[in-house]
Write a protein that binds this ligand. Structure first.
Ligand SMILES: CC(=O)SCCNC(=O)CCNC(=O)[C@H](O)C(C)(C)COP(=O)(O)OP(=O)(O)OC[C@H]1O[C@@H](n2cnc3c(N)ncnc32)[C@H](O)[C@@H]1OP(=O)(O)O
Length: 436
């Protein structure tokens, strides 16, 4: 797919030239005063400045948010208008649930490979502190009728149709699958049961996520990827992710109560990703353009694949279908990967995905393959933590993973890395990245 060779008659590769993210903070905490569009504009403005790209060179912005709002319709265009990019810069928004910023990146990459753009800015943001509250359908319908009513009698009749409970805003349904009614956490519980994933196994994954993320913060890894944000009332900067636990101990996980199935469940606040605020952005260039402008890329987007499963089956299993396709498109195998970054929606999903990738029966029954995709070496997996510890502002997570993984690949002198993201709706994404 995206693996053409520069200078050998093929297409330019798509280079990731720079990237940045805000701190990821638990919903309702440090960044709660910033709306999704503010988070997006903050990170993009800073990335434009740090990368020293000439704004006129950016001809496309692809950006996304997962939780919608009624206050703007196309967040990508808002990013253009709020960051000093030329006002005639083209911009469109994408949504692929938790894989939104990967979708933003691959949509831009497709346009670049088609020769339509040389420089693009992509990413995603979400504020779970700013979830829009709606009105009940009955109240909405009454308000519409009220506007049309011409007499006092007609208006009183409309009001008399409403009861007190119609005035209560309904709870937003984004964490529940609309067609199955299942919450994400309930789907993860089901995966744990069906795949025989124990509570201890989940807690160990979560503990490792926190331990690795805390170490990466201590050793300076994240300082270079995360900007400082000064939210209203503009008195002190937010400098770090605030979910990561420096003092994570395995014992503490065992004490937490299940959050979704209170009697028999295994999923807790400790082994699930938390509701989070944050934004990420990446600057993409065609390889030739990057070289002409004097940029040393962080790496290249080599191949990608998206897949889907029936949400009523195992909701968060689709990455396992996407991985072999992305690897095949890259002409590589799992064994060729120097790093794997797997989005951690829940530790139960991570363990289920790992088990399925290594399973001969899953390969035969679900992938039509004679051999499993392979086992992932724990030493290569989520080496700087994952979404359980870092947090998961839905649309921002993919950008965080691309940036962090390419920098780590470079640091280790590795060649290739695999990213996987599970997403609502039974969707899954896999991306193969190549070192510069
Ligand atoms: C494709 C996808 O990505 S799907 C994923 C979509 N995302 C989701 O569905 C979000 C899932 N997560 C959630 O809904 C929430 O985080 C929940 C329900 C699991 C937990 O929410 P909350 O109860 O607000 O969690 P909270 O952070 O307050 O933690 C509860 C307690 O556990 C403790 N705790 C949490 N993590 C740890 C840990 N690692 N070690 C020790 N204690 C911990 C907290 O300190 C807190 O203790 P306290 O009550 O004494 O203060």
């Amino acid at each position: 797919m995206a693996s053409g060779k520069n200078g050998k008659g093929g297409k330019d590769r798509v280079a990731v030239v720079a990237g940045l993210r805000t701190p990821f903070t638990k919903a309702g905490t440090a960044l709660k005063a910033l709306r999704t569009v503010d988070l997006a504009a903050t990170v993009v403005k800073e990335l434009l400045q740090r990368s020293e790209v000439t704004p006129r060179d950016v001809t496309l912005v692809v950006y996304g948010q997962v939780v919608p709002t009624l206050d703007w319709l196309n967040i990508a265009r808002e990013v253009v208008l709020r960051t000093g990019l030329p006002k005639d810069t083209d911009a469109f928004s994408v949504s692929r649930a938790c894989a939104t910023s990967l979708q933003a990146m691959t949509s831009a990459a497709e346009a670049m490979l088609a020769g339509q753009h040389h420089v693009a800015l992509v990413g995603g943001a979400d504020s779970m502190s700013d979830v829009p509250l709606g009105v009940s359908r009955k109240l909405a319908s009454a308000l519409t009728d009220f506007q049309k009513a011409r007499t006092l009698g007609a208006r009183l009749e409309i009001v008399s149709r409403l009861s007190l409970k119609d005035l209560v805003p309904p709870i937003p349904g984004f964490s529940r699958e609309p067609t199955t009614g299942e919450q994400m956490g309930e789907a993860a519980e089901k995966m744990a049961k069906q795949n025989g994933i124990s509570r201890a196994e989940q807690d160990a994954i979560a503990h490792r996520s926190h331990t690795n993320a805390a170490r990466a913060w201590r050793d300076g890894t994240y300082a270079a990827e995360v900007m400082h944000v000064i939210p209203p009332p503009y008195d002190k900067p937010v400098e770090r992710d605030n979910v990561v636990r420096d003092d994570s101990t395995l014992d503490a996980y065992a004490k937490l109560s299940p959050a979704f199935d209170r009697r028999h469940g295994t999923i807790t606040a400790g082994n699930a990703s938390p509701l989070t605020d944050g934004a990420s952005a990446l600057l993409l260039m065609r390889e030739g353009k990057a070289k002409a402008l004097g940029y040393q890329p962080l790496g290249y987007v080599k191949s990608w694949s998206y897949a889907a499963v029936d949400p009523g089956w195992q909701l968060l299993m689709a990455p396992v279908l996407a991985v072999p396709r992305a690897l095949e498109r890259a002409g590589l195998s799992l064994a060729d990967m120097d790093l794997v970054d797997m989005h951690e929606a829940f530790a139960a999903q991570v363990a289920s995905n790992l088990k399925a990738l290594a399973s001969p029966s899953f390969a035969a029954e679900k992938l039509g393959r004679s051999a499993p995709v392979g086992e992932i070496d724990p030493e290569k997996l989520n080496v700087n933590g994952g979404s359980i510890a870092l947090g998961h502002p839905f649309a921002a997570t993919g950008g965080r993973m691309v940036l962090s993984t390419l920098r780590e690949l470079k640091k280790r002198g590795g060649h290739h890395a695999l990213l996987t993201v599970c997403a609502a709706g039974g969707l899954g994404a896999a991306v193969v990245l190549e070192a510069a």
